[in-house]
Design a protein around this ligand. Structure first.
Ligand SMILES: C[S@@+](CC[C@H](N)C(=O)[O-])C[C@H]1O[C@@H](n2cnc3c(N)ncnc32)[C@H](O)[C@@H]1O
Ligand code: SF4
Ligand code: SF4
Length: 312
């Protein structure tokens, strides 16, 4: 059921710079050949002023959040305003301008992306990443957190399952335990590329996990292992995409580091579609713009945009 009340959740892209070029990530298409933006704390303040209804923010997009020198200042700002914030990082960046203790004190969750339980698998998928450095970065967060009580910030792993790693993730519960991680989140590789003629689209279709029973069997085994080690675990239902279930047009929106508002974290290219700019317009103006109303209407009428039909 689509309603038109203002969204309470935004995913805001703090930084478009990245040191990795992961196999299934559309960063190489979306930010190709353009200057990559980084949101300053001052710009972030403007975004928040323009979106007073928002209570929950995910601080990540196409790029590595820890290249944003203002990240810990932004975390403080969000906490002061009572906004629940989380971020996702590739765990391969140590930025002297970011205070990890401040991040831990002000964020609800810091999630580290890990797509394999060993160096070879990890570095094959997370191209340009260094598994040993990743482990050091994760440990430095959990050690800093261990010194500061109480344990308010959840530390998690996100693992995107595909044919490339389905046989190389069984060691993740053990690794999570060793590195002080509280929760292991498994996700299924989605289609970040929207055009069927794009070779990246075809490559992702080839390596996406199509075998439901192997996936569920693996999840069952991993859940047993996580239970034994006292680690939380989650995974999504594996089923055909039901467009009418998509929560984005109902209660969330994506904001690029330039301020453009786009439909979701699958379709983040403002050149393909955007509904306005949150640095210069209010969320109210954007959410009720003619273009956004027509987009939400496409869900009410089950006449989905082409880029929705290729998202899965
Ligand atoms: C786009 S990244 C941005 C944050 C940071 N650069 C990182 O990699 O953690 C956010 C998350 O999206 C995941 N991701 C990338 N491509 C994906 C895909 N095709 N399907 C599902 N998740 C994907 C990454 O593994 C990561 O956990
Ligand atoms: S998934 Fe994250 S680390 Fe990998 S290329 Fe995309 S933005 Fe960079
Ligand atoms: S592309 Fe469309 S259907 Fe897919 S997640 Fe985004 S808004 Fe939902």
């Amino acid at each position: 059921m689509i309603n038109d009340s203002l969204p309470i959740h935004l995913q805001i892209e703090p930084c478009q710079i990245c040191n990795l070029n992961c196999l299934a990530c559309s960063i190489r298409n979306v930010h190709k050949g353009k200057d990559r933006c980084v949101l300053s704390k001052e710009e972030f303040e403007v975004l928040l002023t323009h979106a007073p209804s928002v209570k929950d923010i995910s601080l990540h997009g196409l790029g590595e959040p820890f290249y944003n020198n203002d990240l810990s200042k932004i975390a403080i700002l969000l906490n002061k305003k009572g906004i629940v914030a989380k971020t996702v990082t590739n765990g391969n960046v140590v930025n002297p301008n970011i205070d990890n203790k401040v991040m831990l004190e002000n964020m609800k969750e810091i999630c580290f992306s890990i797509d394999g339980d060993n160096k070879n698998t990890y570095e094959t998928i997370r191209r340009g990443g260094d598994f040993d450095k990743f482990k050091e970065v994760v440990s430095s967060f959990s050690e800093t957190r261990a010194k500061s009580n109480p344990k308010t910030c959840l530390l998690s792993f996100n693992c995107v399952i595909s044919e490339k790693n389905i046989e190389y993730v069984s060691g993740l519960p053990e690794l999570a335990k060793e590195l002080g991680i509280d929760k292991l989140k498994f996700n299924i590789m989605g289609q970040f590329f929207y055009s069927k003629s794009d070779s990246n689209y075809k490559m992702v279709e080839e390596i996406r996990c199509h075998d439901e029973s192997s996936f569920l069997l693996l999840m069952k085994m991993l859940r047993n292992e996580c239970d034994k080690l006292g680690i939380e675990m989650s995974y999504p239902p594996i089923e055909e995409k039901k467009y009418f279930d998509c929560f984005w047009p109902i209660r969330a929106a994506f904001v690029t580091a330039e301020g453009y508002v786009t439909p979701c974290n699958y379709r983040m290219n403002p050149e393909v579609i955007n509904f306005g700019n949150l640095l210069t317009q209010t969320l109210d103006e954007i959410w009720f713009s003619k273009e956004y109303l027509i987009f939400r209407d496409s869900f009410k009428k089950s006449k989905y945009y082409d880029f929705c039909l290729t998202c899965s």
